[in-house]
Every structure is written in C-alpha cells, then in structure tokens.
Design a protein around this ligand. Structure first.
Ligand SMILES: C[S@@+](CC[C@H](N)C(=O)[O-])C[C@H]1O[C@@H](n2cnc3c(N)ncnc32)[C@H](O)[C@@H]1O
Length: 414
C-alpha cells in the first residue's frame, strides 16, 4: 500500500506507490502514444477536432503521459477494486439509481478495468461509454467482450478531453478522488465531461464531495520517527533528529489514524457540488479554521480526509425513484426536487472513525509538537493549490497560531 514515507520523489499515485524514481524514468522514457492507432478489437478510438480555438482541449503534457502510464499497471486497479468500501459503495450507488440509469446513456470518466461501466450495464444502461486514456482501456475492452457486453459498453481509449461522443448522455459516473480529495486533479476531467456531454437534468455520481481537516495528536508516530534516534542500541544518535524531522515530516504522509488521534470537531475545507463546480475554482482552495482542543495533548499535526455522496440529480424526472427521499415542495412553490433527509444519502467516507479505505487519511506533521491545553484555540488557514510545475501535484500552505505564536508549514504532495 502506498506510503508517503517511502516515496520521497516518485510520482505519487493515489492508489499505489510507484516504483522508486518511477516518475522521472517514466517522463524520460514516455513516448506519446498515437491516438489514431487502434490496438484492440472493437476498441473505438477517436480524436476530437475542436471547431474553435477556445474549445481546444488542454495539452497532454509529459506529466499527464506519466500519470496515465501509472494507471496501466494492473496492481493499481487491484488495490482499488479490492477496497470493498469504495467499490461496493459505487455499486450500491448505481443500483440505488437504477431507475434513472436503465435505458439511458452513461459516460464512465476514467473507466480503468471497466468495473463501474459494467455495473451500469448490469443496472440496465442502454449504452455506456467507458473512457480511459491509460493502456488499461485495452484490458477493459477484453473484460467487456468476455462478459458479452460489447453491444452496451463502448470502450474509448483516449482522454475525456479528446475523445468524441456523438450524443448527449444522461449519466456521468467517475471515481476521480485522490488523496486529500484533490490530489491528482482528476475532477477537472469530470467537469469537462459534464460540460461536453451531460443533458440538462442528468445525473452525476458522486453528486458532491467534502474535504475535512482536524488537528491530531499522535505520540506513537512521533516517537517512532523522531525519538527513536535518541537511543539506538545504547548509542545517542540525537544528532540525526533534524534530518529525521525533515525526512519524516517534510511531505504529507498517507496513513491510517483513528478517531482517538483527532483533537477537535473537523473543519470543512471545501464542499464540491459536481453539478456546478468549475475547473478554475479547484486551482486554489483557501479555508480559514478555528479549532478548540477537546483535551490537553501535544499537537502533532493536521489530518485531512473526505467523503463523497451519491444523491439524485438536482431536478429529478417524474419517473425517477431513488431510495433517497425527495421533496417536491420548495418554499417558492417550484417543482425542483431535492433531498430533504441527509441521513438517507449514500456516503463513501474516508474519515478516521469509519472503516478504512485505500485512501487512508493524509497527515501534515509539524516538525515539533505543540503542547495544547483543553479548550485551547488553534486558528489559521490552509491553502491547497495545484502546482505550477504539474497541476496534478498539490501545494499545501498551512498557517496557524497557538498560544499567541504564529507558524507556517509548507509541503508539496508529489
Ligand atoms: C481512480 S481510477 C478509477 C478506475 C475505475 N473507474 C475504477 O473505479 O476502478 C481513474 C482512472 O481514470 C483514468 N483517467 C484519469 N483522467 C482521465 C482523463 N482525463 N481521460 C481519460 N481517462 C482518465 C486513469 O487512467 C485511471 O484509469
């Protein structure tokens, strides 16, 4: 399983660690795949030729090529698919919306092995466009053929930004979430698919996503990484502690913590509505926080996690029945339906108190713990921004003040 600890420089995939130095090697070796060449029976490959300059898709960079290459390895897909919390929640979401999906046209943005496309076909979709820019699309096509679904599931090997689909679609499904929700920046491709093909009133799964953060205490983890050097087989190696702090805590760490590590109620960093979010608003996200510690404990850092929900479309057609509760009666008397009982929502959560997923939680550790009293305030802000070098990397800028002192922590998730 991926661990930020063991991957200093490699391209960090949200599902599996790349091999050491994989990123640089892949970029060096990466050759641009000819999108015009076919490489599988029944595999549809088309290139979008934009009519106007301003509609041109963004360029496919060497970083993108490396990114898609990282998804060509089956091990990554194995890790994702065997995450039952993830995969079964998606399957349940599809089945809950079966009355919307049956007989309809679906796009699976980033189909990987094709599993979500096949779930949609099983739910009765008329046609599913399964799009993936990675070579894994070739395998997806084989899976589709072997399951006798070639007349329903059309695998398109190419970027969502480039492939051509000659009809509007009713449903977009995608598993786009990266570590800390936004790492990997795949949501932009879902937005592109939405803006290119989704019919008004169409369904997007997941419908919304929320990123949370909270201060954490984690003495065991700090001791293992730092205090370890104080006495190594009887030898004082404290001289290595500054280096240990840097190597352990410079970058975000993806690991599993529990609710006991959390010191306060979580703060909502960003809420995303899949129907209205724009590509621009994801470039930089800033949120101010104010926490009050629920106990006296050392503050070791901040944890981030997310959840996504699978609600129906904002405007549901009259013959649509999902198991979530909808209400026809809005204050202004309009017929816009909306979910009224949030407890009915189907949620995929990666919170520390919920069953673990392959996303785990993302921790930003401080170089030195801060002693907190009960009810002590931790105030500040967090800014998450796409790296200028590679938009799939994420810069994390944390400013916080405790007990009248101000601190800044910068890290990059690569
Ligand atoms: C997290 S995986 C999900 C795979 C599959 N849907 C599943 O649930 O197992 C994301 C997939 O999206 C693909 N992908 C990401 N951005 C894409 C884009 N812009 N166009 C096409 N495929 C993309 C990746 O190659 C990868 O296979």
């Amino acid at each position: 399983m991926f661990s930020k600890e063991s991957n200093g420089n490699g391209y960090q995939h949200h599902h599996l660690p790349p091999p050491e130095t994989a990123h640089r090697d892949r970029v060096r070796r990466g050759t641009r795949r000819s999108r015009a060449s076919t490489s599988g029976d029944n595999l549809s490959i088309t290139v979008r030729v934009p009519e106007q300059q301003h509609l041109q898709p963004p360029p496919c960079t060497d970083f993108d090529i490396a990114y898609f290459h990282s998804y060509s390895h089956l091990g990554i897909h194995h890790e994702m698919i065997k995450d039952r919390v993830r995969t079964e929640t998606y399957r349940e979401a599809i089945m809950r919306h079966q009355s919307f999906i049956a007989g309809k046209v679906v796009v699976d943005v980033g189909c990987g092995t094709g599993i979500l496309s096949i779930f949609c076909a099983q739910a009765g979709a008329k046609r599913v466009y399964a799009v993936d820019a990675s070579e894994i699309a070739l395998q997806a096509n084989e899976v589709v053929k072997e399951n006798n679904l070639s007349d329903v599931v059309i695998v398109l090997h190419g970027r969502v930004e480039d492939v051509e689909i000659d009809e509007e679609v009713d449903v977009i499904i995608s598993e786009w979430m990266g570590y800390m929700l936004l790492y990997e920046s795949m949501l932009g491709s879902v937005i592109t698919a939405r803006d290119r093909w989704l019919k008004p009133g169409g369904l997007i799964l997941p419908s919304n996503a929320t990123l949370f953060m909270a201060p954490v205490t984690h003495t065991d983890r700090y001791s293992e990484s730092i205090d370890f050097w104080r006495n190594v087989y009887g030898i004082n190696m404290s001289a290595l502690i500054p280096l240990a702090k840097q190597s352990s805590f410079e970058e975000p760490s993806v690991e599993t913590i529990t609710g006991e590590n959390i010191l306060t109620w979580p703060h909502e960093v960003k809420h995303i509505d899949s129907y209205s979010v724009s590509i621009d608003e994801l470039k930089t996200v800033t949120s101010k926080f104010k926490f009050s510690s629920m106990m006296r404990a050392p503050l070791h850092g901040f944890a981030f996690w997310f959840d996504v929900e699978f609600n129906g479309p904002a405007i549901a057609p009259s013959n649509y029945h999902s198991t979530s509760i909808v209400d026809n009666h809005m204050a202004n008397g309009s017929q816009r339906k909306r979910r009224t009982n949030p407890n009915e929502a189907l949620v995929l959560s990666t919170a520390p108190e919920d069953p673990p997923t392959h996303w785990q939680q993302t921790l930003i550790y401080l170089y030195d713990p801060l002693a907190l009293e009960q009810d002590q305030l931790i105030e500040g802000s967090v800014t998450l921004s796409q790296s200028k070098e590679n938009a799939r990397f994420m810069n994390i800028h944390l400013e916080y003040s405790v007990g009248g002192r101000n601190y800044v922590k910068e890290s990059v998730m690569k």
